[in-house]
Design a protein around this ligand. Structure first.
Ligand SMILES: Cc1cc2nc3c(=O)[nH]c(=O)nc-3n(C[C@H](O)[C@H](O)[C@H](O)COP(=O)(O)OP(=O)(O)OC[C@H]3O[C@@H](n4cnc5c(N)ncnc54)[C@H](O)[C@@H]3O)c2cc1C
Length: 320
């Protein structure tokens, strides 16, 4: 990154105790194991560090991007030319007071679900198999079995582009099916206040184990992927079924483009068989969308997001 001098790098290291790394191979970092090189990765370890970094970048007019555990992201083959803030393990503390849960946005979601179970708190069972970090989950309003994390949010702490701390109540978060305001407002989520109900630990544990077993049976969890590529569409679901079933009926299971393959186990998963490029995934998604539209009249929209070299994060179908 040409705009940053060695002195700037030293300043950034002083502001970001979780790590500042140059030249990160995104195909090693990302869950899909795809992407070129990222010029600069920063791992802030507190809200104060996120505020300081944002103020520093804002005062220099340096665009940057935020990522969590990368489980919903497709990085460009050209890599990433802007600084990338990863909210992960360095910002992942969890505190529990009765039914109130205060968690850093970097908390690993399956670990958080387990902690809730150990405290006999019910309502987080559906998150046990979602492999993201909490900030990413809130941004995507992710979840499963008809539930979403937004159902349990009391407030979200975030930092805007200028480095101002913001606390949002749920009604200000714009939660909807796999949607929230954080997908477009440029804020970085730093911590989340959640509330769960007291429950029976044995029953919670049994539900989590059943969910995980069901996922192992249904989903190709051994190969790199981003989970479900396409979002459910209510009208299409009622008419002809969920995306996976429709894509399967159209004969896509096992179809390969370069190193990308429509999973023979679940047609809404596109797996990386070894050396897939972002271009292979884009082509696969494009072929599926075109065929589904031509044969059913429904336009599929992607849950998976594409990260451009300039750090824009867009649903993949917006870049085809
Ligand atoms: C095997 C597998 C199974 C999956 N199953 C499910 C499932 O059942 N249900 C489901 O909903 N999803 C599922 N997913 C998708 C994914 O795990 C979720 O969307 C997850 O919540 C994304 O979290 P992340 O930390 O990986 O975010 P990332 O993929 O890193 O980022 C996703 C989005 O969140 C933004 N973001 C990340 N962190 C922050 C932050 N701190 N502040 C503001 N914005 C942020 C990013 O900019 C990006 O727009 C699955 C994925 C895989 C690989």
């Amino acid at each position: 990154m040409d705009c940053l001098s060695d002195r700037d790098m030293e300043t950034l290291k002083g502001m970001c105790s979780g790590g500042v790394i140059r030249g990160v191979d995104l195909s090693a970092l990302s869950h899909w194991r795809i992407g070129g090189s990222a010029d600069l990765l920063l791992r802030p370890a507190s809200t104060a560090e996120v505020i300081a970094l944002r103020r520093w970048f804002f005062s220099r007019d340096i665009p940057h991007v935020v990522i969590g555990n990368t489980t919903n992201l497709l990085f460009a083959d050209e890599g990433l030319r802007v600084p990338c803030l990863q909210i992960g393990q360095a910002l992942s503390g969890v505190g529990i007071e009765g039914e109130e849960v205060f968690a850093g946005a970097g908390a690993w979601v399956p670990g958080l679900a387990r902690t809730l179970m150990l405290h006999s708190l019910s309502g987080g069972e559906h998150m046990s198999g979602v492999p993201g970090a909490l900030g990413g989950l809130v941004c995507m309003n992710g979840g499963s079995n008809g539930r979403s994390v937004g159902d349990n949010v009391v407030s979200v702490e975030s930092v805007d582009i200028q480095g101002t701390l913001i606390i949002r109540e749920p009604r200000e978060c714009g939660f909807d099916y796999r949607r929230s305001v954080f997908q477009t407002n440029g804020e970085i989520i730093t911590s989340v206040h959640l509330r769960f109900l007291p429950g029976d630990q044995k029953a919670i544990r049994a539900e989590m184990l059943a969910d995980l077993a069901n996922r192992r049976k249904k989903f190709p969890l051994k190969e790199p992927s981003c989970g479900s590529v396409f979002k459910r569409n209510a009208a299409m679901y009622a008419d002809i079924g969920p995306p996976g079933a429709v894509i399967e009926r159209l004969g896509f299971k096992g179809m390969c483009v370069g190193g990308a393959m429509v999973s023979p186990k679940h047609a809404n998963f596109i797996v990386n068989t070894g050396h897939a490029k972002a271009a292979d995934i884009l082509e696969t998604i494009s072929r599926i969308r075109d065929t589904v539209f031509a044969r059913t009249g429904y336009r599929l929209h992607t849950e998976a997001c594409y990260v451009t070299p300039e750090g824009k994060v867009l649903p993949v179908d917006k870049v085809l």
